[in-house]
Design a protein around this ligand. Structure first.
Ligand code: G6P
Length: 498
C-alpha cells in the first residue's frame, strides 16, 4: 500500500525548530518512518494556482514531503474563516464564538476541492489516503467526485461535540454527509465517537451498528483511536536535554524554587485565563508558597489574525501583569510568561525540570503536552501532572490529579496538593501513567489506524482488528423518521496491497 497522509500544517524534520501544533509534531516521527508521502500547505499562497502547484517535494525519512501553495483568493476564508472561526469554536463547544459567512464556507469548499485535485498526482491503484483534521472534512467527498475509489481514512484531532453544538454551524449537514465519503473516520475518545454516531442517527436518520454506517458513498466505519506519543523516544530526549543551554539556564534561575509548567498555543480552548487565576488564588490561600514556587507558562501565539485570539493574547498579558504586580517581589516573579515557541528538545528538558505539569484545557481532543510531561519525568523523582478532566488524555491518564478547569478554587487547592505530594505517591501515579502511555504509543496509533483502514476494504469483521482499535459498539437504534436515509450502496470489497 502506498500511503498518502494529508494535513493542513506539516512539520519538517528539524529537531531544533519551534513546534506550533500537536498534530504536525506528533505525526512527524511516524510519517518519517512509514515511507508515506505527507502532503500539506506550504504556508504560502498564490494568485494563479494550478493543481500542480507543489512548491516543493522533498525527501522525508523513508518517504516525501509535498508542500502545496494554496489559492490566495480563498486562503483567508478557508483557514482564518471557516476552519478556525466556525469549525474550531464549534468543535470545542464554544458556540458563542462561531463566526461564519457563506463566502468563508465557499472558500473552505474551494480549498478542499483544490487539494483533492492536487492529490490526484499521487493517486495510484495501490494508494490509500489518510486525511487529518477539521480543515479537510469535505476533501474525501471531493476526491470521490473525481473518481477516486481507493481507501480514504480520516482522523479528527479535536473533539466532536454534541449534536446541538455542531448544529450551530449552518453547514453541518453538508459537512457530515460529505464526511461519509471516508471509509474510516477516527476519533480521539469514545465520547467524540458517540456524539458523531448520535448526530448520524438523529440529524441524518442513518443507522449506526457496530460502528458501521451506510450512505450513498458506501459503508463507513467510525472508531476510536486515541493518539499517543513516542514514549521512550521522548523520555530519552528529555534526559539528553538536561545539558541543553536553555534548560541549564532555567535550572540555574530557580535558586531552589519549585517550578510548575504550562505549554500551550494561545487558544481559548486551553483554559489559560482560568489557570493564571488559579495560581493567583493559590498565592492567596497559601502565602507561604510565595517565593518558593513559580509557573513557567509558555504561550505560543497562534492564529493572531482572528479577533478572538488577539483579544485573548491581550487579556492574558494584562492578567499576568496584574498577578505578577500584586504577588511578585523584587527577586521573585510568580508567573514567567513567554510568548514564543520552543523546540521539542528544549520543551522536553523544561518538562523534566518542572515539579508540576499544568494542563487544564476547557476542552481538548487529546492534549499531547500532558503525555509528553509524563514521559519526560525522572523515574526516581517524577513530577505531578495536574490535568483537566475535559482533555481527551484524562481517559488514559486517570492517575494524574484531575481537575475541573472552571473551578478556580478547586484548581488552586489541587496545585497545593501537587506541590506537597510525597515521593512514593508521585512515583506510584507516574508509573501507572507510564504503563498507559506505553500501551498506546504514536506507533500503535498509526499502525492501528492503517490496519483498520485496510480492513474496512477487505470485509474483515471487527474481531480481526488489532486490539488498539476499539470499534464503537452501539445498540442498533431505529432509523428515525424525518431524517434522510439514503440507499446504501456498497463498494465491492477488494483486498489491499501492502
Ligand atoms: C491543533 C489542531 C491542528 C493544528 C494545530 C495548530 O492541534 O488540531 O490541526 O494544526 O492545532 O494550529 P494551526 O492553526 O497553527 O495549524
Amino acid at each position: 500500500m502506498d500511503l498518502v497522509v494529508v494535513s493542513n500544517r506539516v512539520a519538517r524534520a528539524k529537531a531544533n525548530e519551534p513546534m506550533t501544533g500537536g498534530l504536525a509534531a506528533a505525526l512527524l516521527p511516524v510519517v518519517e518512518k512509514s515511507g508515506a508521502i505527507w502532503v500539506g500547505s506550504s504556508g504560502r499562497v498564490r494568485d494563479n494556482v494550478s493543481k500542480d502547484s507543489f512548491a516543493e517535494i522533498e525527501s522525508l525519512g523513508a518517504g516525501a514531503l509535498a508542500l502545496l501553495d494554496l489559492p490566495a483568493a480563498h486562503y483567508g476564508g478557508y483557514y482564518e474563516g471557516f476552519a478556525n472561526s466556525a469549525l474550531w469554536p464549534a468543535l470545542h463547544s464554544r458556540t458563542d464564538l462561531i463566526k461564519v459567512s457563506q463566502d468563508d464556507y465557499q472558500s473552505y469548499r474551494e480549498v478542499n476541492a483544490f487539494m483533492a485535485r492536487a492529490l490526484m498526482r499521487f493517486n495510484k491503484p495501490s494508494s490509500a489516503f489518510w486525511i487529518q483534521d477539521y480543515h479537510f472534512l469535505t476533501l474525501g467527498a471531493d476526491m470521490r467526485e473525481l473518481g477516486v475509489r481507493n481507501p480514504l481514512g480520516f482522523f479528527l484531532h479535536t473533539p466532536w461535540p454534541s449534536r446541538r453544538v455542531i448544529a450551530g454551524v449552518p453547514h453541518h449537514r453538508d459537512l457530515v454527509e460529505s464526511m461519509l465519503a471516508y471509509d474510516l473516520i477516527g476519533f480521539q475518545t469514545e465520547d467524540d465517537c458517540e456524539n458523531f454516531a448520535t448526530y448520524l442517527q438523529t440529524e441524518l436518520g442513518l443507522e449506526v451498528e457496530g460502528g458501521l454506517v451506510s450512505s450513498h458513498f458506501g459503508t463507513s466505519r467510525i472508531a476510536v483511536f486515541p493518539i499517543g506519543i513516542d514514549v521512550d523516544g521522548f523520555a530519552a530526549q528529555a534526559q539528553r536535554a538536561s545539558s541543553h543551554p536553555d534548560v541549564s539556564r532555567l535550572r540555574r534561575s530557580l535558586h531552589g524554587e519549585r517550578l510548575a509548567i504550562g505549554v500551550d498555543r494561545v487558544d481559548y480552548s486551553k483554559g489559560l485565563v482560568n489557570r493564571i487565576s488559579a495560581f493567583d488564588r493559590l498565592f492567596d490561600i497559601q502565602p507561604s508558597l510565595k517565593r518558593s514556587v513559580s509557573l513557567l507558562q509558555i504561550a505560543t501565539p497562534s492564529r493572531g489574525g482572528i479577533e478572538a485570539y488577539s483579544n485573548l493574547q491581550d487579556e492574558l498579558s494584562r492578567q499576568v501583569t496584574d498577578v505578577n504586580g500584586r504577588h511578585g517581589e523584587v527577586d521573585w516573579t510568580p508567573i514567567r510568561y513567554l510568548s514564543k515557541g520552543f523546540s521539542q528538545t528544549v520543551l522536553a528538558g523544561f518538562y523534566r525540570a518542572a515539579q508540576v505539569g499544568v494542563v487544564t484545557p476547557l476542552h481538548d481532543g487529546m492534549n499531547l503536552v500532558a503525555k509528553e510531561y509524563v514521559a519526560a519525568q525522572n523515574p526516581i523523582d517524577p513530577g505531578v501532572l495536574v490535568l483537566s478532566k475535559f482533555a481527551g488524555a484524562a481517559n488514559e491518564l486517570d492517575a494524574a490529579l484531575l481537575v475541573n478547569p472552571h473551578d478556580i478554587d478547586g484548581m488552586a487547592r489541587t496545585l497545593a496538593v501537587a506541590l506537597s505530594m510525597p515521593s512514593t505517591e508521585r512515583r506510584m501515579r507516574w508509573e501507572a501513567m507510564m504503563t498507559k502511555l506505553r500501551a498506546g504509543t504514536i506507533h500503535n496509533w498509526f499502525a492501528g489506524f492503517i490496519d483498520a483502514l485496510e480492513a474496512t476494504r477487505c470485509s474483515v469483521g471487527p474481531s480481526l482488528l488489532p486490539s488498539v482499535v476499539r470499534p464503537l459498539r452501539l445498540a442498533s437504534g431505529p432509523v428515525l423518521s424525518g431524517g434522510r436515509m439514503r440507499d446504501p450502496v456498497h463498494f465491492a470489497p477488494r483486498p489491499m496491497a501492502n
